[in-house]
Design a protein. Sequence first.
Length: 342
Amino acid sequence: MIIDCHGHYTTAPPALEAWRGRQVASLTDPAVTPPTPGDLRISDEELRETVESHQLRLMDERGIDLTVFSPRASFMAHHVGDFATSSAWAALCNELVHRVSTLYPERFAPAAMLPQSPGVAPATCVPELVRCVEEYGAVAVNLNPDPSGGHWTAPPLTDRSWYPVYEKMTEYDIPAMIHVSTSVNPAFHTTGAHYLNADTTAFMQLVQGDLFKDFPTLKLIIPHGGGAVPYHWGRFRGLAMALGKPALEEHVLNNVFFDTCVYHQPGIDLLLDVVPAKNILFASEMIGAVRSVDPRTGFPFDDTRRYTEAAELSAEDLAAVREHNARTVYPRLDALLRRQGR
Protein backbone atom coordinates (compact mmCIF):
# COMPACT_ATOMS: atom_id res chain seq x y z
CA MET A 1 0.00 0.00 0.00
CA ILE A 2 1.00 3.65 -0.28
CA ILE A 3 0.86 5.82 2.84
CA ASP A 4 1.06 9.60 2.49
CA CYS A 5 2.44 10.82 5.82
CA HIS A 6 1.82 14.52 5.18
CA GLY A 7 -1.69 15.76 4.49
CA HIS A 8 -3.59 18.82 5.75
CA TYR A 9 -7.28 19.66 5.75
CA THR A 10 -6.80 22.62 3.41
CA THR A 11 -10.30 22.30 1.97
CA ALA A 12 -12.34 22.59 5.17
CA PRO A 13 -15.80 24.18 4.76
CA PRO A 14 -15.88 28.00 4.71
CA ALA A 15 -17.71 28.01 8.04
CA LEU A 16 -14.44 27.09 9.77
CA GLU A 17 -12.61 30.13 8.42
CA ALA A 18 -15.61 32.31 9.28
CA TRP A 19 -15.52 31.04 12.89
CA ARG A 20 -11.81 31.82 13.05
CA GLY A 21 -12.35 35.27 11.59
CA ARG A 22 -14.86 36.04 14.33
CA GLN A 23 -12.52 34.70 16.99
CA VAL A 24 -9.64 36.86 15.75
CA ALA A 25 -11.86 39.95 15.43
CA SER A 26 -13.04 39.54 19.01
CA LEU A 27 -9.47 39.93 20.23
CA THR A 28 -9.39 43.60 19.27
CA ASP A 29 -13.03 44.61 18.85
CA PRO A 30 -15.16 44.60 22.02
CA ALA A 31 -18.27 44.70 19.86
CA VAL A 32 -17.51 41.22 18.49
CA THR A 33 -18.62 38.37 20.73
CA PRO A 34 -16.10 35.53 20.81
CA PRO A 35 -17.55 32.45 19.14
CA THR A 36 -18.15 29.25 21.05
CA PRO A 37 -17.44 25.75 19.72
CA GLY A 38 -21.20 25.24 19.40
CA ASP A 39 -21.39 28.15 16.97
CA LEU A 40 -19.60 26.06 14.34
CA ARG A 41 -22.12 23.90 12.54
CA ILE A 42 -20.72 21.67 9.81
CA SER A 43 -22.61 18.59 8.73
CA ASP A 44 -21.08 15.24 7.83
CA GLU A 45 -22.34 15.80 4.31
CA GLU A 46 -20.34 19.01 4.06
CA LEU A 47 -17.25 17.20 5.27
CA ARG A 48 -17.78 14.45 2.72
CA GLU A 49 -18.16 16.95 -0.07
CA THR A 50 -14.93 18.77 0.79
CA VAL A 51 -12.73 15.67 0.79
CA GLU A 52 -14.45 13.56 -1.87
CA SER A 53 -14.06 16.26 -4.48
CA HIS A 54 -10.51 17.13 -3.45
CA GLN A 55 -8.23 14.91 -1.33
CA LEU A 56 -10.00 11.61 -1.95
CA ARG A 57 -10.32 12.27 -5.66
CA LEU A 58 -6.61 12.93 -5.99
CA MET A 59 -5.67 10.02 -3.74
CA ASP A 60 -7.69 7.72 -5.98
CA GLU A 61 -6.18 9.19 -9.14
CA ARG A 62 -2.64 8.80 -7.78
CA GLY A 63 -3.08 5.45 -6.09
CA ILE A 64 -2.57 6.66 -2.51
CA ASP A 65 -4.27 4.37 -0.02
CA LEU A 66 -4.13 6.39 3.19
CA THR A 67 -3.15 9.88 4.30
CA VAL A 68 -2.04 11.00 7.75
CA PHE A 69 -4.36 13.98 8.00
CA SER A 70 -3.90 17.07 10.16
CA PRO A 71 -5.34 20.58 10.39
CA ARG A 72 -4.20 23.10 7.80
CA ALA A 73 -0.68 24.17 8.73
CA SER A 74 -0.97 27.81 7.70
CA PHE A 75 -4.21 28.07 9.71
CA MET A 76 -2.55 27.00 12.98
CA ALA A 77 -1.34 30.62 13.34
CA HIS A 78 -0.07 30.19 16.86
CA HIS A 79 1.04 33.82 16.95
CA VAL A 80 -2.59 35.01 17.08
CA GLY A 81 -4.00 35.84 20.51
CA ASP A 82 -2.93 33.96 23.62
CA PHE A 83 -2.95 30.37 24.80
CA ALA A 84 -6.72 30.42 25.31
CA THR A 85 -7.14 31.51 21.69
CA SER A 86 -4.91 28.75 20.40
CA SER A 87 -6.47 26.19 22.68
CA ALA A 88 -10.01 26.82 21.43
CA TRP A 89 -8.84 26.91 17.81
CA ALA A 90 -6.77 23.73 18.04
CA ALA A 91 -9.60 21.81 19.69
CA LEU A 92 -11.99 22.81 16.92
CA CYS A 93 -9.60 21.95 14.09
CA ASN A 94 -8.64 18.63 15.67
CA GLU A 95 -12.28 17.69 16.04
CA LEU A 96 -12.92 18.27 12.33
CA VAL A 97 -9.95 16.14 11.32
CA HIS A 98 -11.17 13.42 13.67
CA ARG A 99 -14.61 13.56 12.09
CA VAL A 100 -13.17 13.20 8.59
CA SER A 101 -11.08 10.25 9.75
CA THR A 102 -14.16 8.67 11.30
CA LEU A 103 -16.12 9.07 8.07
CA TYR A 104 -13.27 7.50 6.06
CA PRO A 105 -11.39 5.29 8.55
CA GLU A 106 -9.51 3.40 5.84
CA ARG A 107 -8.39 6.53 3.99
CA PHE A 108 -7.41 9.02 6.71
CA ALA A 109 -5.61 8.72 10.04
CA PRO A 110 -5.74 11.81 12.27
CA ALA A 111 -2.77 13.87 13.40
CA ALA A 112 -3.24 16.71 15.85
CA MET A 113 -2.16 20.32 15.99
CA LEU A 114 -1.10 21.60 19.39
CA PRO A 115 -2.34 24.79 21.10
CA GLN A 116 1.04 26.48 21.12
CA SER A 117 1.43 30.17 21.91
CA PRO A 118 4.50 32.46 21.90
CA GLY A 119 6.16 32.71 25.28
CA VAL A 120 3.93 30.03 26.79
CA ALA A 121 5.52 26.83 28.10
CA PRO A 122 5.08 23.90 25.69
CA ALA A 123 3.87 21.83 28.66
CA THR A 124 0.52 23.59 28.31
CA CYS A 125 0.00 21.59 25.08
CA VAL A 126 0.09 18.22 26.80
CA PRO A 127 -3.63 18.02 27.72
CA GLU A 128 -4.67 18.51 24.08
CA LEU A 129 -2.11 15.95 22.97
CA VAL A 130 -3.53 13.47 25.47
CA ARG A 131 -7.11 14.21 24.43
CA CYS A 132 -6.38 13.73 20.75
CA VAL A 133 -4.58 10.44 21.28
CA GLU A 134 -7.02 8.95 23.76
CA GLU A 135 -10.31 10.29 22.35
CA TYR A 136 -9.54 10.77 18.66
CA GLY A 137 -6.95 8.09 18.03
CA ALA A 138 -4.34 10.53 16.75
CA VAL A 139 -1.28 8.78 15.33
CA ALA A 140 0.98 11.87 15.36
CA VAL A 141 1.18 15.55 16.22
CA ASN A 142 2.43 18.61 14.41
CA LEU A 143 4.99 20.55 16.44
CA ASN A 144 5.72 24.17 15.56
CA PRO A 145 9.31 25.19 16.42
CA ASP A 146 8.39 28.86 15.88
CA PRO A 147 4.98 29.81 17.35
CA SER A 148 5.84 33.49 16.83
CA GLY A 149 5.15 33.27 13.09
CA GLY A 150 8.56 33.91 11.60
CA HIS A 151 10.30 35.86 14.35
CA TRP A 152 11.86 32.80 16.06
CA THR A 153 11.39 33.77 19.69
CA ALA A 154 11.07 30.18 20.94
CA PRO A 155 14.02 28.26 22.38
CA PRO A 156 15.53 25.51 20.21
CA LEU A 157 13.83 22.15 20.07
CA THR A 158 16.57 20.73 22.26
CA ASP A 159 15.72 23.07 25.14
CA ARG A 160 14.34 21.37 28.24
CA SER A 161 11.15 23.45 28.06
CA TRP A 162 10.02 21.09 25.28
CA TYR A 163 10.63 17.98 27.37
CA PRO A 164 7.08 17.59 28.77
CA VAL A 165 5.81 17.24 25.20
CA TYR A 166 8.53 14.74 24.31
CA GLU A 167 7.85 12.76 27.47
CA LYS A 168 4.20 12.35 26.56
CA MET A 169 5.08 11.55 22.94
CA THR A 170 7.41 8.75 24.01
CA GLU A 171 4.82 7.47 26.48
CA TYR A 172 2.29 7.19 23.64
CA ASP A 173 4.94 6.21 21.08
CA ILE A 174 3.83 8.82 18.57
CA PRO A 175 6.02 10.97 16.33
CA ALA A 176 5.88 14.68 15.64
CA MET A 177 6.14 16.37 12.30
CA ILE A 178 8.15 19.56 12.78
CA HIS A 179 5.94 22.02 10.91
CA VAL A 180 5.71 25.79 11.22
CA SER A 181 2.66 27.86 10.38
CA THR A 182 2.03 31.21 8.70
CA SER A 183 4.86 33.72 8.60
CA VAL A 184 3.97 37.27 9.62
CA ASN A 185 7.55 38.37 9.01
CA PRO A 186 7.59 40.07 5.59
CA ALA A 187 11.13 38.81 5.02
CA PHE A 188 9.91 35.21 4.88
CA HIS A 189 7.26 34.01 2.44
CA THR A 190 5.25 31.37 4.28
CA THR A 191 5.59 28.36 1.98
CA GLY A 192 8.53 29.44 -0.16
CA ALA A 193 10.88 30.50 2.62
CA HIS A 194 9.54 30.06 6.17
CA TYR A 195 8.64 26.38 5.78
CA LEU A 196 11.98 25.46 4.22
CA ASN A 197 13.95 27.68 6.60
CA ALA A 198 12.26 25.95 9.52
CA ASP A 199 13.06 22.48 8.20
CA THR A 200 16.72 23.38 7.90
CA THR A 201 16.80 25.22 11.23
CA ALA A 202 15.16 22.34 13.10
CA PHE A 203 17.68 19.87 11.73
CA MET A 204 20.62 22.04 12.75
CA GLN A 205 19.17 22.48 16.24
CA LEU A 206 19.06 18.69 16.56
CA VAL A 207 22.64 18.40 15.30
CA GLN A 208 23.81 20.96 17.86
CA GLY A 209 22.06 19.30 20.78
CA ASP A 210 21.92 15.88 22.39
CA LEU A 211 18.15 15.46 22.56
CA PHE A 212 18.15 11.81 21.63
CA LYS A 213 20.42 10.86 24.52
CA ASP A 214 17.51 11.83 26.76
CA PHE A 215 14.82 10.49 24.39
CA PRO A 216 16.32 7.57 22.47
CA THR A 217 12.94 6.43 21.09
CA LEU A 218 11.63 9.88 20.10
CA LYS A 219 10.80 10.16 16.40
CA LEU A 220 10.63 13.44 14.48
CA ILE A 221 9.72 13.96 10.83
CA ILE A 222 11.17 16.96 9.03
CA PRO A 223 8.89 17.71 6.07
CA HIS A 224 9.44 19.15 2.60
CA GLY A 225 12.38 16.85 2.00
CA GLY A 226 14.28 18.41 4.89
CA GLY A 227 14.55 21.88 3.38
CA ALA A 228 18.21 22.52 2.53
CA VAL A 229 19.47 19.54 4.52
CA PRO A 230 20.06 16.96 1.74
CA TYR A 231 21.60 19.57 -0.54
CA HIS A 232 24.08 20.58 2.18
CA TRP A 233 24.65 17.17 3.77
CA GLY A 234 28.42 17.64 3.65
CA ARG A 235 28.10 20.91 5.53
CA PHE A 236 26.07 19.27 8.29
CA ARG A 237 28.49 16.35 8.52
CA GLY A 238 31.36 18.79 8.87
CA LEU A 239 29.54 20.91 11.44
CA ALA A 240 28.74 17.84 13.50
CA MET A 241 32.44 16.99 13.53
CA ALA A 242 33.36 20.56 14.50
CA LEU A 243 30.87 20.42 17.36
CA GLY A 244 32.33 17.17 18.62
CA LYS A 245 29.18 15.21 17.80
CA PRO A 246 29.01 11.67 16.46
CA ALA A 247 28.45 11.04 12.77
CA LEU A 248 24.98 12.08 11.60
CA GLU A 249 23.99 8.45 11.06
CA GLU A 250 24.53 7.80 14.76
CA HIS A 251 23.67 11.24 16.13
CA VAL A 252 20.30 11.91 14.47
CA LEU A 253 19.29 9.35 11.86
CA ASN A 254 17.91 6.85 14.36
CA ASN A 255 15.32 9.46 15.31
CA VAL A 256 14.93 11.94 12.43
CA PHE A 257 13.11 11.25 9.18
CA PHE A 258 12.34 13.18 6.01
CA ASP A 259 9.33 13.17 3.71
CA THR A 260 9.13 13.35 -0.08
CA CYS A 261 7.33 16.70 -0.42
CA VAL A 262 9.83 17.80 -3.04
CA TYR A 263 8.26 18.88 -6.28
CA HIS A 264 10.66 17.99 -9.05
CA GLN A 265 12.54 14.86 -10.08
CA PRO A 266 16.12 16.13 -9.50
CA GLY A 267 15.19 17.11 -5.94
CA ILE A 268 13.74 13.69 -5.16
CA ASP A 269 16.74 12.01 -6.77
CA LEU A 270 19.11 14.05 -4.57
CA LEU A 271 17.12 13.29 -1.42
CA LEU A 272 17.11 9.56 -2.13
CA ASP A 273 20.79 9.56 -3.08
CA VAL A 274 21.97 11.39 0.06
CA VAL A 275 19.64 10.23 2.84
CA PRO A 276 19.28 6.50 3.60
CA ALA A 277 16.02 5.06 2.27
CA LYS A 278 15.07 3.93 5.79
CA ASN A 279 14.83 7.58 6.80
CA ILE A 280 12.48 8.68 4.02
CA LEU A 281 8.68 8.54 4.10
CA PHE A 282 6.41 9.05 1.14
CA ALA A 283 4.35 12.25 1.27
CA SER A 284 2.79 14.78 -1.08
CA GLU A 285 1.23 17.49 1.15
CA MET A 286 -1.56 17.73 -1.36
CA ILE A 287 -3.65 19.78 -1.50
CA GLY A 288 -1.04 22.23 -0.26
CA ALA A 289 1.59 24.78 -1.14
CA VAL A 290 1.90 24.04 -4.87
CA ARG A 291 -1.34 23.14 -6.60
CA SER A 292 -0.61 23.77 -10.28
CA VAL A 293 0.53 21.60 -13.17
CA ASP A 294 4.20 21.62 -14.08
CA PRO A 295 4.29 22.73 -17.74
CA ARG A 296 7.53 20.80 -18.24
CA THR A 297 5.99 17.46 -17.34
CA GLY A 298 2.26 17.95 -17.82
CA PHE A 299 1.62 16.58 -14.32
CA PRO A 300 0.87 18.32 -11.01
CA PHE A 301 3.96 19.44 -9.12
CA ASP A 302 2.76 17.61 -5.99
CA ASP A 303 2.23 14.24 -7.68
CA THR A 304 5.22 12.90 -5.80
CA ARG A 305 4.43 9.25 -6.48
CA ARG A 306 5.72 9.76 -10.02
CA TYR A 307 9.05 11.05 -8.75
CA THR A 308 9.63 8.25 -6.25
CA GLU A 309 8.79 5.59 -8.82
CA ALA A 310 11.08 7.17 -11.42
CA ALA A 311 13.97 7.31 -8.96
CA GLU A 312 16.66 4.65 -8.94
CA LEU A 313 15.39 2.68 -5.99
CA SER A 314 15.36 -1.04 -5.45
CA ALA A 315 11.95 -2.66 -5.10
CA GLU A 316 12.71 -3.18 -1.41
CA ASP A 317 13.65 0.46 -0.82
CA LEU A 318 10.64 1.73 -2.77
CA ALA A 319 8.31 -0.40 -0.65
CA ALA A 320 10.00 0.95 2.48
CA VAL A 321 9.56 4.56 1.39
CA ARG A 322 5.95 4.06 0.33
CA GLU A 323 4.72 1.99 3.28
CA HIS A 324 7.02 0.22 5.70
CA ASN A 325 8.92 3.24 7.02
CA ALA A 326 5.65 4.96 7.90
CA ARG A 327 4.51 1.89 9.81
CA THR A 328 7.77 1.96 11.77
CA VAL A 329 7.79 5.70 12.49
CA TYR A 330 4.05 5.81 13.25
CA PRO A 331 3.46 2.74 15.47
CA ARG A 332 -0.12 3.76 16.24
CA LEU A 333 -0.82 3.97 12.53
CA ASP A 334 0.62 0.49 12.07
CA ALA A 335 -1.61 -0.79 14.87
CA LEU A 336 -4.63 0.86 13.25
CA LEU A 337 -3.87 -0.72 9.90
CA ARG A 338 -3.39 -4.14 11.49
CA ARG A 339 -6.77 -3.85 13.20
CA GLN A 340 -8.21 -3.16 9.75
CA GLY A 341 -6.52 -6.27 8.39
CA ARG A 342 -3.96 -4.36 6.34
